[in-house]
Design a protein around this ligand. Structure first.
Ligand SMILES: O=C(O)CCC(=O)C(=O)O
Ligand SMILES: [Fe+2]
Length: 234
């Protein structure tokens, strides 16, 4: 059973969804993270960040983002005709500890980092419950209506010139709830100073292979596969 918790994809550019199947799969992911990943952390920050990135490749995470329940959801809520995954699963660890370094993405839009169909969507989720005190995700509801806001393409995405924006919403979700976002929705990481708090979010991009406009643009996309052929030498 899928329940809409808040939002409206068409009007506000996001919708928050709860589904038992997703909540259960997130328990599997969280157990794997705590039992098999977090316990491998050392005081080597680069190693810890690599371990976090590898969670995205864990089979339980792949299963989450390929869950059969997603088909129906993306068709119903976003109107995607033929679903294709157009990017890898991305992790965002946010914490005031050494590994997180209290880093958070500034206000940005994802579309310039996708460049795909007009009916693209970002599916975002969190390993832990997020309440008003915790690090999380901050959105500007309705901001997708203005298309691309003035900004600059940087190494960490398309960062907006304006970083002080009224009318934001801090997402409050249970672990495994899905936030479906328009690629044009303005959003950022919400950071907090408490070193005991941490968030680990996962997100993935999807597009509509039956989109005529994308067909007309010969199915270009920003993501590719790169191989570091020098890794075995290290
Ligand atoms: O979870 C976060 O901190 C930000 C995530 C984000 O911007 C994204 O997945 O597009
Ligand atoms: Fe983003």
């Amino acid at each position: 059973m899928i329940q809409i918790r808040s939002g409206d994809f068409e009007k506000l550019g996001y919708v928050i969804v709860h589904g038992e199947a997703f909540a259960r799969q997130m328990e599997v992911i969280r157990d794997a993270f705590i039992d098999d990943f977090q316990c491998k952390f050392t005081d080597n920050v680069a190693r810890n960040r690599r371990i976090i990135k590898l969670l995205a490749e864990h089979i339980s995470v792949k299963q989450f983002f390929c869950h059969p329940a997603l088909n129906h959801l993306l068709k119903e809520q976003v109107g995607i005709g033929e679903i294709v995954q157009t990017g890898p699963v991305v992790t965002h660890y946010t914490s005031a500890d050494l590994t997180g370094n209290n880093y958070g993405l500034p206000y940005h839009q994802d579309w310039p980092s996708m460049g795909t169909s007009t009916r693209g969507v970002i599916v975002w989720t969190s390993l832990r419950d997020i309440d008003s005190e915790a690090p999380g995700l901050r959105l500007i509801p309705g901001s997708q209506k203005n298309g691309l806001w003035p900004g600059t393409q940087t190494e960490s995405g398309y960062v907006l010139d304006q970083q002080d924006i009224d009318g934001f919403k801090d997402v409050e979700v249970a672990a495994g709830d899905l936030v479906l976002m328009s690629p044009y929705l303005v959003h950022k990481t919400k950071t907090v100073d408490l070193p005991t708090e941490w968030k680990l979010s996962l997100s993935c991009r999807y597009d509509d292979f039956s989109c005529d406009q994308w067909n007309g643009r010969d199915f270009v996309g920003a993501y590719g596969v790169s191989v570091d052929r020098s890794a075995y030498l290290r």
